[in-house]
Design a protein around this ligand. Structure first.
Ligand SMILES: Cc1ncc(COP(=O)(O)O)c(C=O)c1O
Ligand SMILES: N[C@@H](CCOP(=O)(O)O)C(=O)O
Length: 556
């Protein structure tokens, strides 16, 4: 299949739609058992406030190393998605055409190219920013937009007016998810999209990317507050039965399972790209993936890839100064505020934890300025499940226990600002993950270092955090280990940090970084609703309800 051959997704009407998918889903908080892929994609968040996970993680076909090794990105995506979606739920020809359409919008022939960054240390960059909005989010959100469209076309066949299933998608963004969701859903029939961003806390290009899209179904809300306030509002809307039943809420954040699933493809794709570039492609080297991390969605896709069988020795979490995850891996305490001297149950010292400002900190990598990482809940479920399995009861009991444990941890996070886990659970987290915290000063140094190297590579601040963490990992691992560091955004999206790092160099000009798509963007007409402090989630619920009503009145 060619990645550039765009095809219109069509519904194969002659296929019987028996809805017996290969995977059923459950909620991390124990409820909502047995849902189909379509149901979890359209619902986004479970009714009990939990996140959907597949009941089983499928294994790879026995010959995947040979039969997948030369597949294109789209072909690999098809193989991986087919492990989760049965042909009776989406017929293969339809799935292929949805995937092909989604990746035809990428500028790089290879979709997500792997480039050597520091050959002597086997350090590679996985460039994930060649989609329409220049950030890794496009990989999943181009696909999610087309999946929504496919399911809605199928549900609405032969229906008119109020009979049609209308989806109201609400999302929170620190800049990148918002624009990628807008580009994935703009102009789509039967979908209204509401994106909440923290006013003044996204980069000027990100803000322009979002607010200059004037399609009637796109609504930007600039909220006075932080990204976490926006994320909390989205979750509050999902747990409100009123708006849920009247407006059919849908999610574009990585709480939506399809986001995670779509992102597993580039872990496999980069693995094969790496093997092809090695002198002995049949010998698998030790590989680490290093992931700039905020909401824990990107690295969680790596975790699923690893659990499915991808030979990744470790996944390295790279946080900015908003380091709740890094502190968890050091102490076993998941706490909004650092608690000094605390030990995990069973005794892990809280070494290396430095003073921290209360609440979220504004850094040079704003897309990662997140206090609480929503997908960490999915990992917590797997950790709790494995811990429960030690009791040697049956499967159902383990799953039930895991759901109850997650529920009680999340309750403690809400009521007391944090919780701690047993040492065995922390040890189990350490088997798959390591973590690093990278400061603003180290981010700038890393951008400078690679601009001053022979290939003059310009890193965006988020990718620089991954590279800084990679260099630390390289220093402590076997020289033969290969490090694949995820480059999550194009540097032109973050002019402030890039200029701060490089403007002293007289030969540097920001114009050389600027893609033509960004030229003049900031001068275009904008549409945005400002949400003052104190409006609260109920006020936002009213805005959403009123806007959908206006939109639908215009279209019927
Ligand atoms: C550029 C960039 N890098 C890294 C991240 C962190 O990814 P995740 O939230 O999946 O951990 C984000 C936002 O999510 C981002 O926009
Ligand atoms: N960095 C993100 C924050 C939202 O994360 P998501 O992956 O859960 O959508 C952004 O840019 O919006």
């Amino acid at each position: 299949m060619s990645d550039s051959a765009a095809q219109k997704p069509t519904v194969e009407a002659e296929q019987p739609l028996t809805h017996t998918p290969s995977q059923r889903y459950l909620s991390t908080r124990g409820g909502d058992y047995g849902l189909s892929f379509e149901e979890v994609v359209l619902k986004g968040l479970a009714q009990d406030g939990g996140l959907f996970i597949p009941e089983e993680i499928p294994s790879l076909p026995h010959d995947w190393q040979t039969s997948w090794k030369d597949l294109s990105f789209s072909e690999l995506a098809f193989e991986l998605l087919s492990l989760y979606i049965s042909p009776s739920e989406i017929p293969p020809a339809d799935l292929k055409s949805i995937i092909s359409k989604s990746y035809s919008t990428f500028r790089a022939g290879d979709t997500t190219p792997l480039v050597p960054l520091q050959a002597a240390d086997n350090l590679y960059l996985l460039e994930l920013f060649h989609g329409p909005t220049f950030a890794f989010k496009d990989v999943a959100l181009q696909l999610l937009g087309n999946l929504f469209e496919y399911f809605l076309v199928r549900r609405n066949k032969g229906k008119e007016g109020k009979e049609r299933h209308h989806l109201t998608v609400v999302g929170a963004t620190s800049g990148d998810t918002g624009s990628a969701a807008i580009y994935g859903l703009r102009g789509k029939k039967d979908v209204s999209l509401f994106i909440l961003h923290p006013n003044g806390k996204v980069s000027p290009i990100q803000e322009a990317q979002m607010t200059t899209v004037l399609d009637a179904n796109v609504h930007n809300l600039a909220v006075e507050g932080t990204f976490d306030d926006c994320q909390d509002t989205v979750k509050a809307l999902f747990s409100d039965p009123e708006i849920n039943s009247t407006l059919n809420l849908g999610a574009v954040n990585s709480i939506n399972w399809a986001r995670i699933l779509a992102q597993t493809t580039y872990y496999f794709h980069s693995y094969f790209s790496l093997l092809r570039s090695l002198p002995s492609p049949n010998i698998t080297p030790q590989i680490r993936f290093i992931v700039p991390t905020g909401n824990f969605g990107d690295i969680l896709a790596g975790y699923f890839a690893k659990r499915m069988g991808l030979p990744a020795e470790k996944l390295v979490i790279a946080t900015n100064e908003n380091d709740i995850l890094d502190r968890f891996w050091r102490t076993g305490q998941y706490s909004k505020k650092p608690v000094h001297g605390l030990k995990a149950e069973g005794g892990v010292p809280a070494d290396g934890v430095k003073a921290h400002v209360d609440g979220v900190k504004e850094t040079l990598s704003p897309a990662m300025d997140i206090l609480v990482s929503s997908n960490f809940e999915r990992l917590l479920w797997f950790l709790a499940y494995e811990f429960a399995a030690g009791a040697k009861m049956d499967e159902e009991w383990n799953k039930k226990q895991a759901g109850q444990e997650v529920e009680s941890w999340l309750k403690a996070l809400k009521t007391s600002g944090g919780f701690g886990v047993h040492t065995e659970i922390l040890d189990s987290a350490k088997r798959d993950f390591e973590s690093e915290r990278v400061s603003d000063a180290q981010t700038l140094e890393t951008i400078q270092k690679f601009y001053n190297a022979s290939q003059k590579y310009i890193l965006d601040p988020h990718s620089a955090i991954g590279v800084a963490a990679s260099l630390r990992s390289i220093a402590r691992t076997d020289k033969k280990t290969h490090h694949i560091s995820l480059a999550t955004a194009h540097p032109a999206k973050f002019a402030g940090a890039v200029m701060m790092a490089l403007s002293d160099d007289e030969a540097f000009s920001f114009d050389t970084v600027l893609p033509e798509e960004f030229v003049g963007l900031e001068k275009k007409e904008r549409r945005v609703i400002t949400v003052e402090k104190g409006v609260g989630w109920e006020g936002i619920r009213k805005i959403v309800t009123d806007e959908v009503e206006k939109e639908l009145a215009g279209s019927w």
